[in-house]
Design a protein around this ligand. Structure first.
Ligand code: ZN
Length: 179
């Protein structure tokens, strides 16, 4: 297993729409990639990670919304999902709002309106199909990761002003680090 470097905004891969994983890409290599993504997510630490965040422009995500319990307990693996070519087939009309953060947008917090319940269809690393309903925090996490596959980050869910202020700050810091 190896940890993958996490790409941070602004980077064009985070704004690009991811492509579907092809039939011939399923198998051991993809399974290993899913494991690497999972380890990278836990090491960050985070509750979700989408492939574009590690420089892979394919429709893949991993998430473990139960990773850190409400009591701060670490419960690794219980709610873990690794999704290839995920598709939302149903979303509830009632919404939920959460203050979200993102491994690719460090030190940034944004309230986003999400569907409270979604149903997702996906394939695992072997190509087998799955379908499941997710609600509350799990639903929020998955919608956040699904956004990444459309090239959307929290910075697209915020005001122009807040976005340009954040990116300005990041640019200044990068310049300082380069000196
Ligand atoms: Zn994110």
């Amino acid at each position: 297993m190896s940890l993958l470097p996490i790409i941070e905004a602004p980077d064009p891969i985070l704004s690009a729409k991811a492509r579907p994983v092809r039939e011939d890409e399923f198998g051991p290599e993809l399974l290993k990639h899913l494991e690497d993504m999972t380890e990278t997510m836990y090491a960050a630490p985070g509750v979700g990670l989408a492939a574009p965040q590690v420089g892979d422009g394919r429709r893949i995500l991993v998430a473990d919304p139960g990773f850190e319990g409400e009591d701060g307990e670490i419960r690794r693996g219980i709610e873990l999902v690794a999704m290839v070519n995920p598709k939302v087939t149903q979303r509830s009309k009632d919404k939920i709002k959460w203050e979200e953060s993102c491994l690719s947008v460090p030190e940034f917090y944004q309230n986003v309106d999400r569907a409270r319940v979604i149903t997702v269809q996906w394939q695992d690393g072997t190509g087998a199909p799955h379908e499941k309903e997710f609600e509350e925090f799990a639903s929020v996490v998955l919608q956040h990761e699904l956004d990444h596959l459309e090239g959307v980050t929290l910075l697209e869910h915020t005001s122009r002003l807040k976005r340009s202020r954040y990116l300005g700050k990041r640019r200044k810091r990068a310049k300082k680090a380069a000196r």
